[in-house]
Design a protein. Structure first.
Length: 550
């Protein structure tokens, strides 16, 4: 720990009384005293300036040390938790026996190194877990290099988004506002080009950095529903309940008769893919006023139709695909409906919100919260009325040329974890991260495509290695890959290491997090938790150890 700078002597006080031109009798003596004081005063100011600069540098150094300590503490916490879990599990492990049919999840210990392993696949086992490189057996021991084959080197960086931190070296080029979930569980705004992490609205734990694809949301506004929407057999009551932004932004949509009720907004399509996002909440029942749809008036066809169970968030889709509901806290759900087929620019669309009918009767209701963008703590998820509102892509880029100690340009390993709970699964091509070369060309990427995790490398001779690493799982997903000397290796937690001779890889110049160029269906991405690069290629055993203990 460096010592703080020593404060200089105080600045000398101005001699009193000061000379006055009207007082000729005392002017000379007092002027002489003032001039005599001026020299040490200037010297004191210079010393004070030097002290302030040294103090600012000392504070910056302390901040860096504190950040490093916080990162170290986070890693220690993870290791301690893993140690405790592994120690408890190892007590029940039995000796591995050749040719035995093991069930997935069985714990055994190897007769060659006496370490504990967990069967990740199941079936007849003819390979000692200590010698297995297929990914079937994962370590059940304490997370030490001796037990599980972790590389004997430290990462060159630790991007801990799930720790609530955004590294200042990362640049966000998003040109429009967006929203995120605050540590208090409220939907709050994030200004253009500012980056924010996202918190779980229920647990208040940090989930990490969520990227967004550039997209046009269909513009609606609950606060002008009385004049902006066509209500048939329904009544709309403004400021009826607290919205997910913590304000009185919830509108009550109530059935006035026992026949079908409709609450409709008419918009004009601006693209072949249209996205409808609305915050909804249970009123008198989990299936009351719970129908939502997009109807193409121009072609006289339904292009999307869904129902949501307000109590559980389960979405049932009758027409179209890709609708999702994400918890916002306080009983609110962010319901997303997409129309990626059956729509052309210029088509007239009907948006149906909280339709009533069927078993519903007078007085049954639900809530909508879609405040205006201009004066509420919402952004492009909740756009203003009467328009399709653009949302620019939200991703982070690290300039590796400006930070050459992060990644060896031609030989490196990267480990990344992300939350797969709400990853889109239909018509998507969402990048977890990508390494780019000169001119912005992608060289290595980890992507989510139709609910699966894929790794791809493109060499200098345009040879490609393309690996299917398995399906995205709800909760934590971990992927690691290595690049060196024309070889490309990649693995997902619990899977087998895949290798390919992709050819000589060009030098990388940028690392992008949550890059989302994707297809029209990539409406939203997912929180990235942690990313750690290493300065060399890792062996298959080391890669498997990294993903299974990260």
């Amino acid at each position: 720990m460096t010592a703080p700078p020593v404060a200089p002597d105080p600045v000398p006080a101005v001699p009193e009384p000061v000379p006055q031109r009207s007082d000729w009798e005392n002017f000379a003596a007092r002027g002489d005293a003032l001039l005599t004081w001026l020299v040490p005063f200037v010297a004191a100011l210079v010393a004070l300036r030097t002290y302030l600069i040294a103090g600012m540098n000392w504070v910056a150094t302390k901040l860096a040390e504190i950040t490093a300590l916080a990162n170290s503490a986070s890693l220690s916490e993870q290791a301690s938790a893993a140690n405790a879990a592994a120690a408890a599990a190892s007590a029940s492990a039995a000796l591995w026996v050749y040719g035995t049919n093991y069930a997935a999840g069985t714990r055994t210990f190897s007769p060659t190194n006496w370490q504990t392993y967990i069967d990740n696949v199941g079936g007849v086992s003819n390979t000692d877990p200590a010698a297995d490189t297929s990914g079937r057996w994962i370590s059940g021991m304490l997370p030490t290099a001796e037990a599980i084959g972790l590389p004997d080197l430290l990462p060159t960086a630790f991007f801990n988004f799930a720790g609530g931190q955004i590294d200042r070296r990362l640049v966000n080029g998003r040109s429009t506002p967006k929203t995120t979930i605050s540590p208090f569980g409220l939907v709050v705004p994030v200004a253009a080009q500012f980056t924010a992490v996202e918190y779980d609205p229920a647990t208040k734990r940090c989930k990490g950095f969520r990227g967004e694809q550039a997209i046009n949301y269909i513009g609606i506004n609950s606060e002008t529903m009385a004049t902006d929407w066509i209500a048939g057999n329904t009544a709309l009551t403004a400021a009826a309940t607290v919205g997910p932004d913590g304000l009185m932004s919830g509108v009550k949509v109530e059935a006035t008769t026992s026949t079908t009720g409709t609450t409709i907004k008419v918009v004009t399509a601006t693209a072949a893919a249209q996205f409808y996002s609305i915050a909804v909440k249970q009123g008198s029942g989990p299936t009351e006023a719970n129908s939502f749809a997009i109807y193409n008036l121009t072609t006289a066809a339904n292009v999307a139709s869904v129902e949501i169970n307000y109590a559980t968030g389960v979405v049932t889709q009758f027409v179209g695909a890709g609708a999702t509901a994400e918890a916002l806290g306080g009983g609110w759900w962010r319901l997303r409906i997409q129309a990626t087929a059956g729509v052309s620019p210029g088509d007239s669309l009907n948006l149906y919100a909280c339709q009533t009918g069927g078993p519903q009767v007078t007085g049954q209701y639900a809530y909508v919260a879609q405040p205006a963008l201009a004066d509420k703590r919402f952004a492009n998820y909740y756009p203003t009325a009467g328009a399709n509102v653009p949302l620019a892509a939200d991703s982070l880029v690290l300039d590796l040329a400006a930070h050459p100690t992060i990644i060896n340009p031609r030989e490196y390993t990267v480990v990344v974890s992300f939350d797969g709970t709400n990853v889109p699964s239909i018509g998507t091509d969402v990048h977890v991260l990508a390494l780019s070369g000169a001119g912005g060309s992608e060289l290595v990427r980890i992507a989510i495509i139709n609910g699966g995790v894929y790794a791809q490398a493109i060499s200098a001779s345009a040879n490609q290695a393309f690996f299917d690493l398995g399906a995205v799982v709800a909760g934590r997903n971990v992927i690691a890959f290595s690049v060196a000397a024309g070889n490309f290796l990649a693995v997902a937690r619990g899977g087998a290491v895949q290798t390919s001779a992709a050819g000589l890889m060009p030098a990388v110049t940028a690392l992008g997090f949550a890059c989302v160029p994707g297809s029209a269906g990539s409406e939203f991405a997912f929180p990235i938790e942690r990313v750690m690069p290493y300065p060399r290629v890792c062996t298959p055993v080391e890669l498997r150890a990294l993903v299974n203990n990260f």
